[in-house]
Write a protein that binds this ligand. Structure first.
Ligand SMILES: CC(C)(COP(=O)(O)OP(=O)(O)OC[C@H]1O[C@@H](n2cnc3c(N)ncnc32)[C@H](O)[C@@H]1OP(=O)(O)O)[C@@H](O)C(=O)NCCC(=O)NCCS
Length: 222
């Protein structure tokens, strides 16, 4: 990782009711819009996270990354500690998703900016999942729009990528709703559900995002 982009001009939003973003990226950071909150994934969330993951094990298995060497990634607490150490250096931005419209604003998923690269690339990839009970309410398009708008406007990244298994129809709808550009298949790209899986990759760069992605999907939040 080399130097991060210098601070730019104050943020200008097309929609007056757009999310409130800080001017510069600093971890931890919380952002929200349309009743969807992206909150830092912290140690105190581990029991709640474990419960959601356990309840959704079958739902998530076909799409979950797996260790190619078969060696476990350790406990949830160790994973959170690793993510936060990386977040402090700017290499990742690990958020949990909360539905602010539900009673007790439960933790319902994750949305993470991964592989953040600075220098002349200014790149990140987005990973996400949602609790099956909350699927189909238009929450993930809002969560990903928030994450991408933050990455472009606040972190001043240039390119955001989302790669998914071609058979993941629900995830394909997410990138379609957001207007991501299809860049085609990468063979045996990521180790998912126990094997190297082909992925279909989608991307957007800052010139394609315009005033932000949130305006493209906010009306679809159910
Ligand atoms: C992909 C995923 C994040 C979409 O999140 P979401 O908040 O449900 O997104 P949306 O509400 O926009 O729904 C997207 C599509 O899912 C499908 N869908 C809707 N309700 C559904 C349900 N109850 N169960 C399964 N799929 C459903 C529909 O095709 C929908 O498209 P539509 O809005 O045109 O009908 C979610 O399905 C998920 O977490 N899946 C398992 C993990 C995963 O695939 N992660 C992504 C890896 S790349």
């Amino acid at each position: 990782m080399t130097s991060r982009p210098a601070a730019g001009p104050p943020l200008a939003w097309a929609e007056p009711a757009g999310p409130v973003f800080p001017r510069d990226h600093r971890w931890p950071v919380t952002i929200e819009a349309a009743g969807v909150r992206l909150a830092p994934f912290r140690r105190r969330h581990r029991a709640e996270w474990d419960r959601v993951r356990e309840r959704n094990a079958d739902w998530l298995r076909p799409w979950d990354a797996t260790p190619p060497d078969g060696i476990s990634h350790g406990t949830t607490a160790e994973m959170i500690a690793r993510l936060n150490a990386d977040a402090k250096t700017g290499r990742t931005v690990p958020w949990v998703i909360r539905d602010l419209r539900a009673e007790r604003t439960p933790l319902i998923g994750q949305c993470t900016l991964n592989n953040v690269t600075y220098g002349s690339a200014l790149f990140a990839s987005v990973g996400y999942w949602i609790d099956r009970e909350w699927a189909g309410r238009g929450i993930m398009p809002v969560a990903v729009a928030l994450a991408v708008d933050y990455a472009i406007k606040v972190m001043r990244l240039h390119r955001i990528e989302i790669c998914l298994r071609p058979e993941n129809a629900a995830s394909l709808r997410v990138v379609e709703k957001l207007g991501f550009r299809d860049e085609g298949i990468r063979p045996r790209y990521i180790h998912i559900a126990g094997a190297w899986r082909d992925h279909r990759c989608f991307a957007l760069d800052a010139s394609e995002v315009g005033p932000g992605l949130l305006g493209r999907v906010i009306g679809g939040r159910r």
